[in-house]
Ligand binder design. Structure first.
Ligand SMILES: [Zn+2]
Length: 374
């Protein structure tokens, strides 16, 4: 895997962590606000209950004043009754006194009613006070927790940001711009390729693009979602090992007119597949990149059969299964089709497995004219 890609993957993890921390930091005050709202409700309830108590007290004072005024009147009427001249005047004063006494009774009833109510008013106030106290304790606890959590998150965020800056320094500038631009719009800027699909947008890649990603030599961008693509060979290997039952490998004939080989090193090209063919007394050699399937260099023609013509290419190479007609080979042109490339890679994988388990390990030696060399 390219170091740029490895760094981008780490950067993606850090970016995700930064987003999570920012969301959490933004969420904490909202939680506190909800509890504070509840607290304000309880406070309003308490104030209402206390206002009711005050209003009752004012009413009581008013009734008491009424009573004392009425008593004053009665005493005045009584004094006047001593000086009246006529029976009618006396009756009128008596009537006033009776009326005032009745009024006193009414006011006294009202005071009694208030005294009865005062008990439940008192209970309301006490309940609201207790609730407010409990809620205040709770909110202080919540606020403290939120404060601590925020402080922790801020520290983690600062660490993550420092980490991010360092990782950004390890990624090519144009690639970093691409990653950040796509991240901004799509939430992620890099996607794995699996089963020839971009796992970011689930769109199938063109075979050539897929090969390029698999080769891991250059950075490839998804045509449909613009994410930077990467391929994890470990994933594929694990998948293959777990899911594919390995059938017994077929072995190619030593004297076949066409032979495919794998070489780990070929000039400056690294890993290649070689296709050697015999035709009309001449041998030809084609060289393909094993990841992209691209034809490397020209088709080489030499006199004689390929064992005589290209002994240096055969020595130390791994023989593979593969047989396509001369017309098909010409039809492949500059690039092996996916199915051919996959078939060769699968056989290479099987050959390696065979070598690793010791069931049929061998490298071919050039055998100019004796096919008994196996
Ligand atoms: Zn995509």
């Amino acid at each position: 895997m390219l170091p740029d890609i490895e760094n981008l993957l780490k950067l993606q993890d850090v970016d995700k962590e930064i987003r999570r921390l920012r969301d959490e930091i933004a969420e904490l005050p909202k939680r506190v606000a909800v509890i504070e709202q509840k607290l304000a409700g309880t406070k309003a309830q308490l104030e209402k209950a206390q206002a009711a108590v005050k209003a009752d007290e004012a009413s009581r004072r008013k009734y008491e004043t009424n009573i004392s005024d009425l008593r004053g009147k009665i005493s005045k009427y009584r004094d006047q009754s001593l000086d009246v001249k006529t029976n009618d005047q006396y009756k009128a004063l008596l009537h006033e006194i009776q009326f005032a006494e009745k009024e006193i009774g009414t006011n006294e009833d009202k005071i009694l009613e208030l005294m009865v109510n005062a008990d439940s008013r008192d209970k309301e106030v006490k309940a609201a006070q207790a609730e407010l106290k409990a809620e205040t304790t709770e909110i202080e606890k919540e606020k403290e927790q939120a404060r601590q959590r925020t402080a922790e998150d801020e520290n983690l965020l600062a660490e993550a940001k420092a980490n991010r800056d360092q990782l950004r320094g390890g990624v090519r500038e144009d690639l970093l711009r691409q990653y950040e631009r796509v991240s901004k719009f799509r939430g992620s800027g890099i996607a794995e390729v699996r089963d020839q699909k971009c796992m970011g947008c689930m769109v199938m890649l063109r075979p050539q693009t897929y090969n390029e990603v698999r080769s891991g030599k250059d950075v490839v961008i998804c045509d449909s979602c613009q994410r930077v693509l990467y391929f994890n060979p470990k994933e594929e290997l694990v998948e293959r090992r777990e899911t594919v039952h390995r059938p017994k490998r077929h072995h190619p004939k030593i004297d076949a007119p066409q032979a495919w080989y794998y070489r780990a090193e070929f000039a400056a090209d690294g890993e290649v597949f070689l296709c050697l063919t015999n035709s009309g007394g001449q041998a030809s050699r084609r060289v393909y990149d094993i990841h992209t399937g691209r034809l490397l260099g020209d088709i080489l023609i030499r006199e004689g059969n390929y064992r005589e013509g290209f002994p240096e290419d055969i020595t130390g190479s791994t023989r593979l299964n593969g047989n396509w007609s001369e017309e098909e080979l010409d039809g492949f042109g500059d690039e092996l089709p996916m199915v051919v490339l996959d078939s060769l890679n699968a056989d290479l994988d099987a050959a390696r497995h065979e070598a690793a388990t010791g069931s049929h390990a061998k490298h071919e030696a050039p055998a100019a004219s004796s096919p008994a060399a196996s």
